[in-house]
Design a protein around this ligand. Structure first.
Ligand SMILES: [Zn+2]
Length: 738
């Protein structure tokens, strides 16, 4: 018996006939995937959405200059859809469609700002989870942060965007592909072996989204076309993860669907990025499928749509369909007898919700595209892929037929007013070029967006420099407002630029114009409150924040504004209450946590300060100011080793950070290691620190480590900065033997 169980003994026990039968079963299994799959025949599922990826920038879609070997190979080993469209050129609405199988008309998420996917529709993740799948999402851009409702149904929803460290952009906006791939790889490694359940992974990569700044060597290699560099970098990162799956022996059991949420204008139709228009430049996306149940090397001409993604994955995994899905499984399109095309509804309300311009609704089938605008457009997208020849004047019957279809579809789904966006969320969205979300726009101009593409570009450019070069931005916003006076966005951002110039009264004048025109959004009230606070008009600030909280009791900003105002008024207990109420609304709100930490430090409540700062640090370990503050709290708690650890971390990352060097030197000196402290004080002095405290610390550390001459020199420097230091004068006298 023992011999039989060894691998060496086994082949001898198998007769020739048995061996042939086993080989036959093995071969059959290659062609009949379900037998090979884990957990009663269910494949793992990997949904990859590459944000802002134009199909025609991939090698497999005909771009000869593309460097996208991974996605090209995936297409070669699976099915590629020649014609695929997203329903909306905006990240959150389009992903809401991918995850629910319905268009924005039904899920109601019409823009990135001001909308959250509600609980009424079942999601792809919920369906896979209910059928025993482990579900995990690893996402890379703020528009799909869990606060916007896409996390529902995922066991793990990893949206830890790093601080970023770019002073011209708000923090926590995006995560580069290599970091997201590292996170999903770590998750996969941690689960292997134990958990035998199949998985659904949604991997969202954000790199092709503007700004285009791929890491080296892509930056140099693609210096003339950085967008393509981002695409190439992302492709390579996907390759690393697919290799990881292969090494874990999971690749063959994993169904992979790669697509995008929308394309990128890259200057077509006067649009640099995406969002305003619904031409193919931003609507056409890749759809590539590979893995169990998918034929190899097939291209399919049937139109694929965003709403088809979830039904297709569920069908291929042989799970029940989503009850409300409007899309269909694409499996039918590559089966016997080609399935008929089904058209796609398309929209963008970006111009309407941001600028008060006309909304754009479209109808897209494989051949034609109709755009319902003040001046309608009709294109033959097969003959005219750039959509340069409008046929609406010649093919009037087609145009009016499409118009009627759209009217019927749209009339059933009125647009819900966008909710206010918290200031932090608004800043992060705006840094990505998304501008909407401050509530209803009174007296919208409803102008045709195609007449105003240049205006949109000017607004976007001015917004990009509103803090770095406010004078330039102010000039541009004023000139835009002459052409489009009822557009609230340039006026609000004119106020932002004026604030950057510390012209708070002028900013208030612009904001009051918005309010007079009927804008009573919480966002505008909070902004006014900040202007009052920063110009020292504290009572008016408190009153305006009170109005803001009444307008929208769900966002933390009015409470944070109130807290900061009360701190300035020395009403610290009330300030603390305000920050605590903000935290109830948003448990990891950085402004409230920071405010509470500072108040706790002031009171000497080091335990609370420590807890708040540790929460902040957990939220983002890269914000060095938090790490330093926490280190100082540890010094005061007497936990010098922990403090030294934190200060060293910052010094290691930012060798030129003067505060970190001084803090580290101080903690080392305090823990009886003056010789180790000296070089950090010296570094701080070399980096420009000139305060007498630093010179004195250097002097004492040198003295304690036996360098009397050096100590004398440092203390003399200190007295040069500030002569009136009797203790130092006395100390110097003693050292010099006078
Ligand atoms: Zn996107």
């Amino acid at each position: 018996m023992a011999a039989e169980s060894t691998s060496r003994g086994r082949p001898a026990l198998i007769g020739a006939a048995a061996a042939i039968a086993l080989a036959a079963i093995f071969l059959a299994a290659q062609w009949f995937w379900p037998l090979m799959m884990p957990s009663a025949g269910r494949p793992n599922v990997l949904l990859i959405t590459i944000d802002t990826l134009r199909a025609d920038r991939l090698g497999c879609y005909g771009d000869r200059d593309a460097v996208t070997p991974v996605l090209d190979a995936l297409a070669a080993g699976g099915v590629r859809f020649l014609d695929a469209v997203a329903h909306v050129p905006l990240t959150l609405p389009s992903h809401a469609t991918i995850l629910t199988g319905v268009t924005p008309l039904k899920h109601g998420v019409r823009d990135n700002a001001g909308f959250v996917l509600g609980p009424s529709l079942r999601t792809l993740a919920e369906q896979f989870g209910a059928e025993g799948y482990e579900t995990a999402a690893f996402v890379s851009g703020f528009p799909v942060h869990h606060r916007f409702g896409l996390a529902r149904g995922f066991d793990v929803y990893d949206d830890r965007f790093p601080y970023g460290g770019d002073p011209t952009r708000p923090p926590y906006v995006e995560r580069r592909a290599d970091q997201t791939i590292a996170a999903v790889t770590a998750w996969l490694a941690a689960r292997s072996g134990e958990d035998r359940r199949p998985f659904l992974i949604w991997l969202h990569l954000f790199d092709p989204h503007s700004p285009y700044d791929p890491p080296e060597p892509y930056r140099s290699r693609f210096s003339a076309r950085p967008y393509d560099g981002e695409v190439a970098f992302t492709d390579a990162q996907i390759g690393l993860f697919l290799d990881q799956l292969a090494r874990a022996d999971l690749r063959d059991q994993t169904l992979i669907l790669a697509t995008s949420d929308h394309g990128e204008g890259l200057g077509e139709h006067g649009e640099p990025t995406h969002g305003l228009f619904i031409y193919d430049s931003t609507i056409r996306v890749p759809v590539i499928l590979a893995g169990p149940g998918v034929p190899i090397g097939r291209t399919v001409a049937t139109l694929a749509r965003g709403i088809d993604v979830a039904p297709t994955l569920l069908d291929l995994a042989r799970l029940p369909p989503l009850p409300d899905a409007e899309g269909r499984s694409l499996q039918a399109t590559w089966g016997e007898g080609r399935a008929a095309d089904e058209p796609a509804y398309v929209e963008s309300l970006f111009g309407r919700l941001s600028f008060g311009w006309a909304p754009l609704y479209g109808w897209h089938d494989r051949q034609m595209m109709f755009i319902d605008a003040p001046r309608a457009e009709l294109y033959d997208v097969q003959a005219d892929p750039g959509q340069l020849h409008d046929l609406s004047g010649t093919r009037t019957a087609d145009a009016s037929r499409f118009h009627r279809i759209i009217e019927a579809a749209v009339s059933k789904a009125p647009v819900a007013e966008p909710a206010s966006t918290s200031r932090e969320a608004g800043d992060r969205l705006r840094s990505l070029g998304y501008t909407g979300g401050s509530g209803p726009i009174p007296n919208p101009s409803l102008r045709d967006p195609k007449d105003s593409a240049a205006l949109a570009v000017r607004i976007e450019r001015a917004m990009a420099v509103e803090r770095a070069d406010p004078k330039k931005a102010i000039k541009e916003f004023r000139s835009v407002l002459i052409e489009d006076p009822s557009n609230p966005l340039p006026r609000r951002h004119l106020a932002v630029a004026l604030t950057a110039e510390r012209r708070f009264e002028d900013a208030l004048a612009e904001l009051k114009q918005l309010v007079a025109a009927g804008d009573t959004s919480a966002e505008t009230l909070v902004f006014m409150g900040e202007c009052y606070r920063l110009s020292g008009r504290n009572e008016e600030a408190l009153e305006t924040f009170r109005q803001g909280a009444a307008r929208d009791p769900r966002i933390p900003d009015p409470l944070n504004g109130r807290g900061k105002t009360l701190v300035a008024m020395n009403r610290r207990d009330e300030a603390r209450q305000a920050f605590e109420r903000a935290l109830v609304l948003e448990p990891d709100d950085p402004e409230a946590l920071g405010g509470l930490a500072d108040l706790a430090i002031e009171r000497g409540d080091l335990a609370e300060a420590r807890a708040r700062l540790e929460t902040l640090r957990e939220r983002d370990g890269e914000d060095t100011s938090i790490t330093l503050k926490l280190g100082v709290v540890f010094v005061r708690l007497g936990e010098l080793d922990r403090a030294i650890e934190l200060f060293s971390e910052v010094v290691g990352r930012q060798p030129g950070n003067v505060d970190a060097a001084v803090d580290l030197g101080g903690a080392l000196a305090k823990s009886g290691r003056p010789a180790e402290a000296v070089p950090y004080f010296e570094r701080a002095v070399a980096a420009g620190a000139r305060s007498p405290v630093v010179w004195n610390s250097l002097g004492f550390a040198r003295l304690e480590s036996g360098n009397q001459a050096g100590a004398i020199e440092a203390l003399r420097q200190s007295l040069r900065v500030k002569a009136d230091q009797p203790n130092i004068v006395a100390m110097l006298r003693k050292l010099e033997g006078r």
